[in-house]
Design a binder for this molecule. Sequence first.
Ligand SMILES: [Zn+2]
Length: 261
Amino acid sequence: MLSDEELDRYARHLVLRQVGGPGQAKIRSTRVLIVGAGGLGSPAALYLAAAGIGKLGLVDDDAVSLSNLQRQILFRTADIGRFKVEAGAEALKALNPGVQIEAHNLRLTAANVMELIAGYDIVADGTDNFATRFLLNDACFFARKVLVSAAVTEFEGQLATYKGHEPGCPCYRCLFPAPPPPGTVANCSETGVLGAAAGVMGSLQALEVLKEAAGLGSGMAGKILTYKALTADFRTARLSKDPACPLCGNAPTIVALDSQG
Ligand SMILES: [Zn+2]
């Protein structure tokens, strides 16, 4: 049952026939872990807190810097120097005190990822490095968690939902079997990123999380969306499960988190 305060706060959700009280109750009972409180995690966290996700976890071990503020809209100028998860948790609680916020001031590793994601239903990956991206993909596969993954660089973004543990659904390694060699792919501090493009992708990520939480529409599992901001071009392509995938294929070579090369 929703309280009087919730009926008012979520009124625009409740009048949506496809959401209504049952959908809002599902959103409230869903636990989401956002990995990376950056340009993607900021809008994703704000929209998910505003939407009334029951429990929202934030993972990041970084502090807010001046150059973050161009896109990381979870933070204010006065937050510079504070830990991102601490400033972020405060902002999210101020937005919606009904959401349980968990701040995880740490870097994900093979040693801590399984225990961390065990407390959540959906993982939203907004990190900017391949090591964490592959680690999260593998961990979500073994823990049978839904992974909604967003990426952005310069003027382009990508979005996909991975459920490699389900029959016929690809994982991230079906697309990219292994991380690129270190140093071969530039990160956002080297290439730059238009702040609002990160906002588009983080908002889409929040939306796909809400669809998964409330069972709305058709999800993005088995699809990949590409956004090109300069031409305002959205494209969705099918993504198949790779029978030769080292993680979710027919003869997997990765059978535990520490077995990857
Ligand atoms: Zn796979």
